[in-house]
Design a binder for this molecule. Structure first.
Ligand SMILES: C[S@@+](CC[C@H](N)C(=O)[O-])C[C@H]1O[C@@H](n2cnc3c(N)ncnc32)[C@H](O)[C@@H]1O
Length: 529
């Protein structure tokens, strides 16, 4: 190792060096993260925290080499790394309205942009959509396609069988009276604060946090603890559980002192089971206030803020937010943060944070949006009458679709036996009283991946394409994103009277939920036979 490699650098210097080395922004916070998570060693040098440049180089080289090579080894040499969009940070893949509400199974906006915009490259040799065209997404989900179309001046129709998903999509593309939205948020925040004055929950949480802070500093010191776990000097599950048990008497003492009721009296519904008593009461308080909002657009977006809030306040651990296991109402050892954490006991913090965040995101998007039509309708895309549904919500758009016809589709269909789309937002269906249509979902998790499930999947997706053809120009272009591990799409295309003219294998790196496993998806390009 030469002198330069042995060099010690401060966190700021390390971030500047890494930015130049990698050709993308590395912040001091990113370097601190590496120290905190035991990836590189923290060195105290005359009272200043430093790191070894050699360790940084080793870390980044290993990361770069291993990811691409490892993925290719597992998924095949035909993996198209250009479509990984690895240069984008999370803030960009969840830009503006894309992060108004969590949603499991959404694709990243950059992927949509790539196929909808007017660029060409060695890989995308043609422009498929131009401003003024109409794009259709029969499985709109959280509305990524319609949002990106709105940014590009392309009209867009989304459709989803889940009423709540359609609402999320519509909320993203609606243009609001932002003064009204802010006024209503302020009114509801005051109502919630007044509600809280009569309860001791905030004080309880404050005391609990103080106790946790002392306990965590003593038993999970940063960064030494994580370093020891990483180097297997500590058996994390055993140690974590032992300490969690040790803390419980302190927790219960505070629960008693502040008279906190943890569980509700019944577990009959999702809202009964997954929320502590006090959180449930706060949710009801906000929900009742929302009922007084007069402007329907404002009412929808504020409902989405509440829904996002309550999703974050389910009684679960940080690690299990995406896939719930069992309700957790006490402090617990958190593998994500390497210390004891607590569930939430009030929604106030998230309500305020998400309200502010939503307004900011709406303002950002307002500056980007084009004056085209965008709407998501609710229905089963196998047989929905798009024109009739559009007439109900936007007659001018319906007329345009009749006259001009849809140029193409950009969509990611559900896949066989992967996700239950209604169930992932069970709390919102209950709270807002939307009708659930689980039985109309194509390929839900609850029907598995067996032979029958696959057969019915082929049939269903074929029907969706056949139905869509009624509204499309003859020379349509259809792009479907799918992880087709059962090779179902060639049959689907044939059934629908289409041919697959190209397919792209894309590594999926920037998944917004916590699952970061090796994973590729196909983008099938279909045209008329
Ligand atoms: C993979 S997700 C789409 C995600 C979307 N691309 C996004 O970025 O948010 C598939 C969607 O298809 C919807 N879906 C399932 N069956 C359907 C059906 N029969 N008709 C319409 N939509 C359906 C699900 O509710 C789900 O939202």
């Amino acid at each position: 190792m030469n002198e330069c490699m042995n060099e010690l650098v401060s966190i700021k210097e390390a971030s500047q060096w890494a930015t130049a080395y990698l050709g993308k922004t590395v912040t001091p916070a990113n370097i601190s993260y590496l120290i905190q998570y035991g990836r590189i060693t923290k060195i105290q040098n005359n009272g200043v925290i430093k790191v070894r440049k050699a360790e940084l180089i080793e870390y980044y080289q290993k990361q770069k080499r291993s990811r691409k090579e490892e993925w290719k080894a597992q998924l095949g040499e035909d993996l198209n790394w250009a479509l990984s969009f690895e240069q984008y940070k999370e803030a960009e893949t969840t830009k503006h309205v894309h992060r108004l509400h969590p949603y499991k199974g959404k694709f990243i906006p950059q992927l949509v942009e790539y196929f909808l915009d007017d660029h060409t490259d060695a890989f995308k040799k043609e422009v498929y959509f131009k401003p003024g065209d109409i794009v259709y997404d029969p499985f709109s989900g959280s509305g990524t396609t319609i949002v990106q179309a709105c940014e590009l001046g392309i009209h867009a129709i989304g459709n989803d069988v889940s009423a709540f998903n359609a609402m999320i999509g519509n909320c993203k593309v609606t243009q609001y009276n932002l003064v009204d939205v802010q006024t209503e948020i302020n009114r509801i925040s005051h109502a919630l604060q007044s509600f809280l004055i009569n309860h001791k929950t905030i004080e309880f949480e404050h005391r609990l946090l103080q106790e946790l802070h002392i306990f965590n500093n003593a038993h999970f010191p940063t960064p030494e603890y994580k370093y020891k776990v990483k180097h297997k000097e500590i058996d994390e599950p055993i140690y974590g559980e032992e300490k969690a048990q040790e803390f419980l008497p302190i927790f219960y003492k505070l629960v008693k002192e502040y008279n906190i009721q943890l569980r509700q009296n019944t577990e009959d519904s999702f809202l009964d089971k997954w929320y502590s008593k006090h959180i449930r009461d706060e949710i009801q308080c906000v929900c009742d206030e929302i009922k007084h909002i007069k402007n329907p657009d404002t009412k929808n977006i504020v409902s989405v803020i509440l829904s996002r809030t309550i999703r974050s306040c389910r009684a679960t651990t940080h690690a299990d937010l995406a896939t719930l296991k069992e309700p957790v109402m006490t402090t617990y050892y958190c593998r994500k943060h390497g210390k004891l954490c607590k569930p939430l006991f009030s929604i106030l913090k998230w309500w305020e944070t998400y309200s502010q965040d939503t307004i900011q995101r709406l303002v950002q998007f307002d500056n980007l949006r084009k004056d085209t039509f965008h709407v998501c309708v609710t229905g089963d895309s196998r047989n929905i009458d798009l024109i009739t549904e559009l007439y109900k919500v936007n007659p001018n758009f319906a007329k345009l679709v009749e006259r001009q016809k849809i140029k193409g589709i950009f969509s990611s269909p559900p896949y066989v036996g992967l996700i239950d789309y209604h169930e992932q937002h069970a709390y919102a269906y209950e709270l807002f009283g939307f009708e659930r249509k689980d039985e109309l979902e194509i390929g839900p998790l609850f029907k598995g991946q067996g032979k029958e499930a696959r057969k019915s999947y082929i049939q269903s997706i074929s029907e969706v394409l056949i139905n869509a053809k009624k509204y499309m120009v003859d020379e349509y272009d259809i792009f479907l994103v799918a992880n087709d591990k059962y090779n179902l799409y060639p049959t689907i295309a044939e059934n629908a009277g289409m041919r697959i003219v190209n397919q792209y294998k894309r590594p999926v790196l920037n998944r917004t939920e916590k699952d970061k496993g090796v994973y590729a998806e196909m983008i099938f390009h279909l045209k008329a036979q």
